[in-house]
Design a protein around this ligand. Structure first.
Ligand SMILES: [Zn+2]
Length: 746
């Protein structure tokens, strides 16, 4: 399989580099001799990795609840720090103080037409060793929900995303002054109360329908991995697409000069009370709903006919929270670089959980710890990284990326100068390599994946992923997986600790994990436990070791490379794809409006009517203007040319003397900085990256070329035009840097 991969890989990549020994190019950024040494070092690194360490540490770190602000959270942070010190790292707790709301009062009851009081608790199981604990266990709730005491009729809103409210409008159902019940899925959870609030709802309940991750999918816990009737998904509902981090200090860290906002002032706080519940608690509420039968695609797997309401079901929802400022313990450990101590290779995973958090985040956190131990073993033999390696374990990720965001905001001026790359993982399991990130790193991550063997299948993890994409991918993905040298990686939106690095500061980032063969219903419930993980996820911890190999290699290559392994051709190609997507979106909007208006003009009202609501008289639609994409097209041509020039020059660049290499590398790792714009995105200045952002209405889900794409989706043509100019300008700045990099070799 490896042979097959090389066949497709080499001709495309090395067509312009005929004079260069191919062996040297097999490791981006290393010459022949250096590559050999690096591969030897990686082989030694691999030998040190032991699955049993991952198991022991997971058992230890998940023994008690360890959310932000908890006693055991601090205990884990100290455990991590002490281990790192014993392995030769300089390690410390870097503490920031953040707002962390925890529940004080939670009441949900059906008051009409029958009475029912929701249990709002998860039932312990004798098969799950930690589930009977009560001390320090946070009950199911949503962090950053508003306080509230509301009573109103209930409306079922499906996933509660904007499309669902369009459907409700067609059904003639208004949620104004009502409490909505939405099911998990279809978007990031925080979108649901936000959209409900925008439509006038006064409360929001989110439940896990068994169709999504319960008995419809497979046997429920403890017999199987899926959600049982008492399981609940906790989570944050802070307005993440607006800004992550402490909502009282967006963009800064609180100190004498920078004062916290009050909870009432904080724009990222949710404005209505919102509560997660189990399907056990949801069933009586949904059963009591009347009104129209829910559209077919809205129906879940509960044994009822799903109705939309409103009423006759009426519910009382009362929520009160402690809004405490708590210490947030980031663990930061460094190995100082021997040649370029001011170039930092940063690796991170969070250590806080909602409760026991075996999968999320401890599976990733212990793999990271084993990497650090193996690096310590290498140091013992006299090896030193050329660049400084910074290992981080973040606290407070779950409530809203609090630890990482505050850390990045605190050290932003240093990080802008020194951060070479940020390598993130979070929960990881069994199955396929999953990678997302900056497309300047796409070639790099493909090469790392080529050199890691799947523990069960014996092929490289990238080949395995390629085979699956060829088998199960979308038509485009299938075709590309066959023909394209590198597998395409996804773009990053939000949802883990890479967000502040890439989105706020423009630090090239990767997010990597294994999964796809470990489905379950444990996410953010008390059943995300050691017992659940070892029975249903990566029980032998072999994929945990594969993660350590993947990330450890990435760290080592970045720390040791002569030329930092960035590539611009795949990035150029990716932005071209994004540009043609937004053009198509605009075309589609125009065609739709024109067809509609033409039909209307011909007097064929019936044909122009909305098929879902044929009784409303159709009106003309506004037609999208022709936008001037020329500046973007020109920037894309320049980008492609500069990427080609860099690829042609790269062999020569590798031979530069040390002082020139330092200059070159600094240009290379700062190219991503050029993709951010000081003003940020419209209405959310914290998000500055102009190529990738979490969608305003998708939450974690990424929107690429966000300013242009979201303006087109919102039919804001003026802003779309401004977006085209903005992105073109940013790309021109990027191109100048790539050209400057090429120039270093002249
Ligand atoms: Zn996580």
């Amino acid at each position: 399989m490896r042979h097959l991969f090389k066949k497709t890989f080499i001709p495309v990549l090395f067509s312009t580099l005929a004079a260069v020994p191919s062996e040297a190019q097999q490791l981006m950024g290393f010459g022949t001799e250096a590559a050999r040494k690096e591969l030897d070092l990686e082989a030694t690194f691999d030998k040190h990795l032991q699955a049993n360490n991952l198991r022991d540490w997971m058992k230890r770190m998940t023994a008690y609840p360890h959310q932000l602000g908890s006693t055991y959270g601090l205990n884990n942070a100290l455990f991590l720090r002490d281990k790192l010190v014993s392995w030769g790292f300089e390690a410390r707790l870097d503490t920031v103080h953040v707002l962390f709301p925890t529940p004080k009062v939670r009441i949900l009851e059906l008051t009409e037409p029958t009475k029912f009081k929701a249990a709002l608790t998860e039932k312990p199981l004798k098969e799950d060793g930690t589930s009977a604990q009560t001390k320090d266990v946070l009950p199911p709730y949503h962090a950053f929900s508003a306080n509230g005491d509301v009573t109103a009729e209930l409306v079922f809103v499906n996933y509660g995303v904007p499309d669902d409210y369009e459907e409700l409008a067609r059904l003639g159902v208004d949620v104004k002054g009502k409490i909505v019940i939405a099911k998990y899925g279809g978007s990031w959870r925080g979108i649901k109360p936000k959209v409900a609030y925008e439509h006038g709802a006064i409360g929001c309940i989110i439940y896990s329908d068994p169709k999504e991750d319960g008995y419809f999918q497979g046997d429920v816990y403890p017999k199987g991995a899926f959600k049982n009737e008492s399981g609940v998904q906790r989570g944050s509902v802070v307005d993440l697409p607006l800004a992550p981090g402490d909502p009282l200090t967006n963009g800064f860290v609180a100190d004498a000069e920078h004062k916290r906002l009050s909870v009432e002032e904080a724009p990222a706080m949710m404005k209505i009370p919102v509560l997660p519940i189990s399907y056990g608690d949801a069933l009586p509420l949904l059963k009591a709903l009347g009104g129209q039968v829910a559209p077919a695609t809205w129906r879940g797997a509960l044994p009822i006919t799903y109705h939309v309401g409103p009423g006759p079901a009426k519910v009382h929802l009362k929520l009160e929270f402690n809004f405490d400022i708590v210490p947030c313990y980031n663990v930061i450990a460094t190995l100082k670089g021997s040649e370029f101590p001011d170039q930092w290779v940063i690796r991170g995973n969070h250590h806080d959980a909602w409760v026991f958090g075996a999968a999320d985040p401890v599976s990733g956190a212990v793999a990271e710890l084993e990497e650090a131990r193996a690096l310590g073993e290498l140091v013992k033999t006299g090896w030193k990284p050329k660049r400084t390696i910074v290992y981080c374990w973040w606290d407070g990720e779950e409530p809203g990326l609090l630890g990482s965001t505050e850390w990045v905001e605190k050290y932003q001026s240093i990080l802008k100068e020194k951060a070479v790359v940020y390598l993130n993982s979070d929960g990881s399991g069994r199955g396929y390599l999953g990678a997302g990130g900056s497309h300047t790193l796409e070639k790099f991550v493909n090469q790392v994946g080529r050199d890691v063997t799947d523990p069960e299948k014996g092929t490289s993890v990238i080949d395995r992923l390629r085979s699956r994409t060829i088998l199960n991918g979308s038509p485009t993905a299938k075709q590309e997986a066959r023909a394209r040298a590198d597998l395409r990686i996804g773009a990053l939106g939000s949802g883990s600790d890479y967000t502040p690095f890439i989105q706020h500061l423009g630090i090239a980032s990767l997010n990597i994990g294994y999964g796809g063969e470990d489905a379950g219903g444990d996410y953010h419930s008390i059943f995300d436990s050691y017992d659940h993980y070892t029975r249903f996820k990566d029980g032998e911890f072999v994929y945990g070791v594969a993660l350590a190999k993947t990330m450890g290699r990435s760290v080592l290559r970045f720390a040791n490379a002569d030329v930092l392994p960035f590539d611009f051709s795949n990035f150029a190609n990716t932005v071209q794809v994004y540009a043609s997507e937004v053009k198509k979106e605009l075309e589609a909007a125009r065609t739709k409006a024109e067809d509609h208006n033409k039909t209307l003009a011909e007097g064929r009202f019936e044909a122009a009517a909305d098929p879902k609501d044929p009784f409303v008289k159709p009106t003309p639609m506004s037609v999208a203007p022709y936008l001037n994409f020329a500046p973007l097209d020109n920037a894309l041509v320049a980008l492609e040319q500069s990427a080609k020039a860099y690829a042609s020059a790269s062999a020569k660049l590798a031979l530069l003397p040390a002082d020139k290499l330092k200059e070159l590398n600094e240009i290379l790792y700062k190219t991503e900085r050029k993709l951010i714009h000081a003003d940020g995105l419209p209405r959310r200045p914290w998000y500055r990256h102009q190529i990738y952002a979490p969608g305003f209405y998708t939450g974690y889900g990424v929107k690429t070329l966000p300013m242009i794409r979201e303006a087109i989706e919102q039919k804001n043509w003026k802003e779309a035009e401004e977006g085209i100019l903005r992105v073109s300008g940013v790309l021109e700045g990027f191109v100048k840097e790539v050209e400057r990099a090429v120039g270093v070799g002249r």
